[in-house]
Write a protein that binds this ligand. Structure first.
Ligand SMILES: [Zn+2]
Length: 313
């Protein structure tokens, strides 16, 4: 574990942690969480020994607030510098980090560790739904099966498992979906909504993808059942394969098996958000561990998650 980088003041000192989060979430100065006032002459930072850290007073609405309001940190008793440590570790470990490890690191309860990591996954959830790909871009599409659906007996095949669809743009981001079922009727609307028509799409030979060529600029497929894993297409000058999305799944599966053994299906979408986030903000795209943690931190706003919604979602 990369403990040396956790020496920065905002990982150790609570005041530094507040200053750090304020500088990221309020780049132009404090913003009142009650009325939206951002006039620095009408906001004062409360000082004094008995004052809560980071407390500000708004002279427009007379309200008091801290940078934690309206974020995943709100209503949490965990010190902010520990939140920042966990965010950093989740952003820096390629396959994720177990609830057990967080629990040991913070000496907190398993419930706290679990809740904490799920809130950070919410922060990692992308709000970007603009279509991927485009002219000269390739989007690989594939499905995988993981875990066990509630109430299904374990049998041969994948009927009892959760189906996941992933779209990966070569040289770009990944977007994954927990599917109700891996059928054409479920998959096609997702593909249409998330991939630009001008894209070159690549899939395996499955029937559900057979008509993609009618809807996208190009469609190439590889026949895995014939042990065909890729080829160079002379006509389009493209390398037809689904190696990128399979690479994504190999990281995802190693992470889910090794780190997240007991993932309920109602939480699968959040684990997918976590793996999508790290993939879409990977080192190859010029994002280092610290940048990645900063990007996750930007996602904490408007993502409050109560224990009730976390368990029922
Ligand atoms: Zn106000």
């Amino acid at each position: 574990m990369a403990t040396s980088v956790l020496n920065a003041p905002h990982f150790i000192n609570e005041e530094a942690a507040f200053a750090y989060v304020e500088s990221r979430l309020w780049p132009h100065g404090p913003v009142c969480s009650h009325c939206g006032n951002a006039d620095s002459n009408r906001i004062r930072k409360m000082e004094g020994k008995t004052t809560r850290l980071g407390l500000h007073k708004c002279y427009e609405c007379k309200g008091q607030f801290t940078v934690k309001q309206g974020t995943i940190f709100e209503s949490s008793h965990l010190p902010l510098h520990l939140w920042l440590q966990v965010i950093h570790l989740m952003c820096a470990s390629k396959k994720g980090i177990s609830t057990n490890q967080i629990q040991r690191m913070l000496s907190c309860s398993m419930k706290t560790a679990w809740f904490l990591t799920h809130r950070i996954r919410e922060a990692m959830r992308s709000g970007d739904f603009s279509p991927m790909g485009g002219a000269d871009n390739t989007v690989e599409i594939d499905e995988t099966y993981i875990g066990r659906k509630d109430g299904f007996e374990i049998k041969r095949g994948s009927g009892h498992k959760n189906a996941v669809l992933t779209l990966v743009e070569r040289g770009g981001e990944a977007r994954s979906f927990h599917l109700e079922s891996a059928t054409k009727d479920v998959i096609m609307p997702i593909v249409r909504a998330n991939v630009k028509r001008e894209s070159f799409v690549m899939t395996d030979e499955a029937n559900r993808y057979s008509k993609l060529g009618n809807e996208f600029a190009n469609h190439g497929s590889v026949d895995h059942s014939r042990k065909e894993y890729g080829y160079y297409d002379r006509e389009t000058g493209a390398n037809i394969n689904t190696n990128t999305v399979e690479g994504y799944y190999s990281i995802f599966k190693r992470g889910m098996i090794g780190v997240y053994q007991h993932c309920g299906e109602q939480h699968l979408h959040r684990y997918l958000a976590e793996f999508d986030f790290r993939y879409s903000n990977r080192a190859k795209l010029g994002v280092n561990d610290a940048n990645r943690a900063d990007i996750a931190l930007q996602g904490v706003k408007g993502k409050r998650l109560t224990y009730e919604t976390a368990t029922s979602l």
